[in-house]
Design a protein around this ligand. Structure first.
Ligand code: ADP
Ligand code: MG
Length: 889
């Protein structure tokens, strides 16, 4: 049997929110596959095949070579319900015939599309770039599925049979379709959690203080509008709620079941829920993966049950979820407080923190739309939730408390898309285990996991805060105020000191304090005290009246030089805080469109007075929140930057080098291989020749042209400078011979030859690198380079694939960027060529996921072009990932 890697097994979410298991075919599937093929042949859910062809599984349990053929099986509830395959065209090896058959009962749920997506991904890694499907011309469902897939499609008719050719390139159109499908599926699958018509609480009891009792109490207190049942071994009703022994005893459909029974009873309850056809489970019960190896096993079994049934689960080990929508009012948490309704959605990975969060939200008057404690995230993760919230009209801000990422690549794709519509604010705690990463390269040594998380958030437009307090400071702003359109802040104050503190805090956080326009200045003069300062900050002095606050705020909001306003108030004896708050609210209501933040430096809770205008106690907190929101606003305004393709880059050449190295077991590339790999994607490299004798060194130098550089080569010669293995500036034959003899003597035993290289002068030394991170996937690095790269630690990271804007930002954000721009009279370096090299390297790691680490150090950036003079790369087979743990959309 051909080996089909198990990592290709995955659970995918369908259009109706249910899931299906997709996995490679096993020999024991054969009889079922034949039945499926025969019974549904010619139906609306089967494609045909090319005249004279057979489907691969018709050829027995070994359907051809592993590389050109793949049979994918779809399974729900342990039953095979779908099959799809591709089969390479022997005459044109970049094409394959694709085939589908799905039981009609599953029609209309997007099974075929999902299988096509996965098959296309697999085929692409095997150098297949076109699928040909054969479909009867009257088979509308299959034709529509193919034409709507997002792949560029071409149709040809042969005797009543359509040949549909799909180009498997991920065009922007394809990505958009796939993202839309993913969002629709995730939204459908979250709906049973947030908009349930019938809820059952398993483990409900009368004993207040017990978790089940508290959940039932919360459901009643918040006035759940649907049908509610308690599941209890003996009671007939609890607090007026009808009680049944088992979920399966409940009449009619059940959407959501909340389970808080001891861990050993959970599997039985879950089986009963599945038998009943419940769609969503919240497992409150603890004692799973968080407790160690045994618990991890229990959790894996629980997940397997749930996935087999095609339903979704929140938890285990969580504190539940709530939705404040007045039409639903589901509060399936055991939190003692119920937060006010509003537009902020939040997911938290820590249950204990969840309680504190709900309380804190209440004191800050932050209204929540929905709240979920995701616990161990065995199934539902923030990736599902963000997609649901993207389409939830009641949610305008998304908050995440994240400890770890399940599928950061998916997160990055989803966040980038959703962030354009709604801000995502995240606090990421804990350091992920970066220890597992091999850090034998410069790039590896520079890239902490935290730097990579920063890169991820940065590219995806996610607002990262350092603390929970900041998370809510930002949420308070974005939930109630427009997103700032620019960096220019005006400050209004009734005391000098806090005004200066606020101004400093703004500038420290990248905001600007512009001069107000002449018109505003004249106007302010006309009604403020003579002692007032009308520059920015506007100090209205202690006597400022509520009326002066209102008029001054109106004036600065109307000023075109201003994007946002901080209003500071220190209660003096004479002015009443309530009156000032009311004045501020009036001015804001009359001039909407620009964010206003209050800083009321009073120990008495000022927030309710100013609500919905966000109110802070100290200037620093307000400035930080405003700066984060401003950065987000700028990100959102940027046009989507393209990921370039390079026509002169040669995928086949790159793959050939990589495949050859893998053939010998992977590992480090020789200097010649590294050079060829970079050349395959068009990165400029210094001319070089590897030689084994003194004579060969001399003729290489003549061929390259003097002056040259000589570097000792040998398996154990890694950091060459430290070993004295680099000799630069060899001007003639005598110098080359002398260098050879010197190296050969000093490094005898380790030196197997030497690299004779073109001497490159007048360039700025930069480091450009790539790294395969076990959690985040390929990461690209750009740093101030040369032999002191680690010393300067001036580096920027971004996740693959790099867009043009990403590459520009990487260079821009380096402190060493000044070196490129003609530092101290040197000629400016070709920054465009540096960006180009970064983009080409990104392309290379996309083509070759086998690249574990790759360093170009230095890449010499010349006044025109770049030259790589030292490159190291290590290859290994791509890591096997546990596909089935993470659900695909
Ligand atoms: P290593 O990093 O192993 O010590 P490199 O090949 O990077 O060795 O060489 C060390 C330094 O020598 C480089 O940072 C660069 O300053 C200089 N150098 C190396 N090769 C060249 C070259 N072809 N032209 C100019 N300078 C070079
Ligand atoms: Mg080097």
């Amino acid at each position: 049997m051909m080996i089909q890697p198990a990592e290709l097994e995955s659970d995918v979410v369908l259009r109706d929110g249910s899931t299906i298991r997709l996995r490679p075919m096993r020999p024991d599937d054969l009889p079922v596959l034949h039945t499926l093929h025969q019974e549904h042949s010619g139906s609306g859910t089967e494609s045909s095949h090319a005249p004279g062809h057979t489907v691969p599984f018709d050829r027995g349990p070994e359907p051809g070579d592993a590389d050109g053929t793949f049979v994918l099986v779809g399974e729900t509830g342990g039953q095979v319900v779908a099959v799809a395959s591709f089969d390479r065209d022997e005459r044109r090896p970049d094409r394959a015939e694709v085939y589908f058959a799905i039981v009609p009962a599953l029609q209309g749920r997007g099974v075929g599309t999902r299988m096509l997506e996965l098959l296309a991904r697999i085929a692409w890694t095997r150098n297949i770039s076109t699928f040909d499907a054969w479909v009867r011309r009257d088979n509308d469902p299959v034709l529509r599925m193919l034409m709507d897939s997002g792949f560029t499609a071409e149709r040809r008719l042969h005797d009543g049979v359509c040949q549909v050719s799909l180009s498997l390139t991920h065009t922007p159109d394809y990505r958009e379709r796939a993202a839309e499908r993913s969002e629709l599926a995730a939204t459908a699958s979250m709906r049973s959690f947030f908009e349930p018509h019938t809820v059952a609480i398993v483990g409900a009891s009368r004993e207040r203080g017990k978790i089940g009792a508290e959940i039932l109490h919360n459901m009643l207190r918040d006035g759940y509008t649907g049908r509610l049942f308690a599941v209890h071994p003996s009671a007939g009703q609890i607090d007026g709620v009808p009680a049944v022994k088992r979920v399966s005893d409940i009449p009619g459909d059940v959407d959501l079941v909340v389970v808080s029974v001891p861990a050993p009873s959970v599997p039985g309850v879950v089986d009963d829920c599945i038998a009943k056809g419940a769609k969503a489970l919240v497992i409150i019960t603890a004692g799973f993966a968080e407790t160690g190896a045994v618990g991890r096993q229990l959790e894996a079994e629980l997940l397997a049950r749930v996935r087999r049934a095609g339903i979704r689960m929140v938890g285990p080990n969580c504190m539940g979820l709530l939705n404040t929508d007045p039409a639903i009012r589901v509060n399936a948490t055991f939190a003692p407080v119920s937060p006010p309704a509003g537009s902020v959605a939040m997911s938290t990975q820590s249950g204990a923190l969840g309680l504190a969060i709900l309380e804190y939200a209440q004191t800050l008057h932050i209204g929540l739309s929905t709240f979920v404690s995701v616990g161990n995230k065995a199934d539902v993760s923030s990736n599902d939730l963000i997609q649901y919230w993207a389409n939830d009209p009641r949610t305008s801000v998304i908050l995440l408390y994240v400890e770890s990422f399940g599928n950061p690549r998916k997160f990055s794709q989803i966040a980038r898309r959703v962030g354009r519509r709604k801000p995502i604010v995240a606090v990421k705690s804990g350091r992920s285990t970066a220890g597992a990463r091999a850090a034998s390269s410069h790039t590896g040594a520079l890239a902490s996991s935290d730097a990579i998380v920063d890169a991820l958030f940065h590219q995806a437009g996610v607002i990262r805060t350092d603390t929970l307090e900041q998370l809510f400071d930002v949420a308070m702003l974005l939930a109630n105020q427009p997103v700032p359109r620019g960096k220019r802040v005006a400050i209004l104050t009734n005391a000098g000191g806090p005004g200066i503190l606020a101004a400093d805090a703004c500038e420290d956080n990248g905001l600007e304090l512009p001069a107000l326009s002449q018109h505003t200045v004249t106007h302010l003069r006309s009604f403020l005290a003579r002692e007032a300062s009308v520059a920015n900050p506007v100090d209205m002095i202690a006597s400022a009246s509520p009326e002066q606050y209102e008029r001054a705020l109106a004036a600065v909001l109307a000023d075109e030089a201003v994007d946002s306003v901080l209003v500071i108030f220190i209660p003096p004896l004479v002015t009443v805080m309530e009156d000032v708050a009311a004045a501020v609210r009036r001015a804001v209501a009359a001039h909407p469109g620009k964010p206003v933040l209050g800083i009321f430096m009073s120990t008495k809770g000022a927030s309710p007075l100013l609500a919905p205008i966000p109110c802070y106690q100290f200037p620093e907190a307000a400035a930080v929140a405003l700066a984060r929101a401003t950065t987000y606003g700028a990100w959102r305004e940027e046009p989507v930057s393209p990921v370039p393709t390079f026509r002169d880059a040669n995928r086949r050449a790159a793959r050939t080098i990589v495949d050859d190295v893998l053939e010998r077991g992977g590992g480090w590339l020789t200097p010649a291989e590294s050079q060829a790999l970079l050349q395959s994607v068009g990165i400029g490299v210094a001319a070089q020749v590897v030689v084994e004798t003194e004579e060969a060194a001399v003729s290489a130098a003549v061929k390259i042209g003097y002056p040259v550089v000589m570097k000792a080569v040998g398996a154990r010669i890694v950091h060459k400078t430290e070993l004295g293995a680099v000799v630069v500036g060899l001007k003639d034959e005598a110098a080359v011979r002398a260098a050879w003899r010197d190296l050969a003597t000093r490094l005898s035993g380790t030196m197997t030859g030497a690299l004779v290289q073109e001497m490159v002068t007048g360039g700025v030394e930069m480091l450009v690198g790539a790294l395969e991170d076990p959690t985040f996937g390929p990461v690209l690095a750009c740093a101030t380079g040369g032999t002191a790269a680690e010393l300067f630690a001036d580096s920027q990271f971004r996740l693959h694939p790099l867009s043009e804007a990403d590459a520009a930002a990487m260079v821009e954000h380096l402190r060493g960027a000044a070196l490129l721009r003609g530092f101290r009279g040197s000629a400016p370096a070709d920054e465009a060529a540096l960006r180009d090299a970064l983009l080409r390297l990104s392309l290379l790691v996309g083509w070759c996921p086998e690249i574990q680490e790759l360093d170009i150090n230095p890449l010499l950036v010349l006044p025109r072009g770049v030259r790589a003079v030292d490159a190291r790369a290590r290859l290994d087979r791509p890591r096997v990932t546990a596909g089935a743990k993470r659900v695909q959309y």
